[in-house]
Design a protein around this ligand. Structure first.
Ligand SMILES: Nc1ncnc2c1ncn2[C@@H]1O[C@H](COP(=O)(O)OP(=O)(O)OP(=O)(O)O)[C@@H](O)[C@H]1O
Length: 313
């Protein structure tokens, strides 16, 4: 796949750094002493429930809102201090408003002088996002998904190394979501760009992101590779058995955690198939086996909702 100029590796590779960022609106602390880093070369999901402070953080990163304290930088510089910002960072915050009477191509032509690019670049980015065939159609007749693609095309105009996208899969159909996933992963993995994607639904970005930053109430609650969250959602299996001692030894030998309960035990860190196979190999007697994995979405909810029980890190 060759979507945009691969030779622009020089613009890629800059990290986003958020340090002790704080912003209050009256009594509401929208962002509260927030610190995290976004690496180049991977897709990072910026996750949190509605109202958790994602947009306010991104607005501060893009110089649209002044922080009360702390800093938000791209490649070590504040957005306002970047010379040609369109060639360093491309951002699509809320569903952008487009002039309905303007064609997709004319929409990009409005931004071309700001980004310092020629007309051909407008046509090229429309091709990249799959809008080539409709580049002359009026945006007023575009679906939400097509508008999302046009928003993405606008962010790519200056060929920036850093992309900041607020809920980019909103309004995309399943085919569009699969396309976006491949597109964003290509921009990060193959071209080394820094890609930050916000969402309030982990499941929406789960197949796209490599790293996750989770916030709630304006504060950081989790930052790790997605794999670590997956591990936190680790399988749990309830085993009904008369042979508690045998299963306790099995758990210890396999490195599973266990908890003895009435009639058997809970094993944490393995799925039903793995436990069943191990029990069979060890000739342990089983009367019942049930998977009780809590799933990634449950882990996300536990992290972001103080009323749910906390998960062990
Ligand atoms: N300009 C503003 N004036 C007053 N309060 C604001 C302003 N902008 C944001 N807030 C408040 O700050 C908090 C964080 O809002 P923010 O939009 O950053 O959250 P979010 O995580 O982006 O939510 P969503 O997913 O709904 O977009 C909310 O309580 C919101 O009402």
């Amino acid at each position: 796949m060759h979507l945009i100029s691969d030779e622009r590796a020089t613009v890629a590779g800059t990290a986003i750094e958020i340090k002790n960022l704080t912003k209050a609106f009256g009594a509401v602390r929208a962002v509260d002493d927030l610190t995290f880093t976004v690496r180049p070369g991977v897709v990072t999901g910026f996750l949190g429930p509605n109202g958790s402070g994602k947009t306010t953080t991104l607005r501060m990163l893009l110089g649209l809102v002044a922080p009360d304290s702390g800093s938000a930088t791209i490649g070590g510089r504040k957005y306002v201090d970047i010379d040609r910002p369109a060639s360093v960072v491309g951002a699509a915050l809320e569903a952008a408003s487009f002039h309905p009477g303007r064609s997709a191509l004319d929409h990009l032509r409005v931004f071309a002088p700001l980004a310092g690019v020629a007309d051909q670049r407008c046509k090229d980015v429309l091709e990249h996002v799959g809008l080539g065939p409709v580049s002359d159609r009026k945006v007023g007749g575009f679906s939400l998904g097509m508008r999302q693609r046009l928003g993405l095309a606008t962010t790519l105009l200056g060929d920036p190394g850093v992309l900041v996208l607020d809920e980019p899969s909103n309004g995309l159909d399943p085919e569009g979501i699969v396309w976006l996933r491949g597109f964003l992963r290509h921009l990060a993995h193959d071209q080394g760009r820094t890609v930050l994607v916000s969402s309030h639904v982990l499941g929406e970005v789960q197949a796209t992101v490599d790293d996750v930053v989770v916030i709630a109430g304006g504060r950081l609650v989790h930052e790790s590779p997605l794999q670590d969250l997956v591990a936190m959602a680790a399988d749990r299996v309830k085993v009904v058995t008369p042979d508690i001692d045998g299963f306790t030894r099995l758990a210890q030998s396999r490195g599973w955690q266990f908890e003895v309960v009435s009639g058997g035990l809970h094993l944490i860190g393995a799925g039903p198939a793995e436990v069943g196979a191990a029990a069979h190999a060890e000739r342990l007697e089983i009367h019942g086996l049930a998977g009780e994995g809590k799933g990634l979405e449950e882990v996300f909810l536990e992290l972001t909702d103080p009323n749910r029980s906390a998960v062990a890190a």
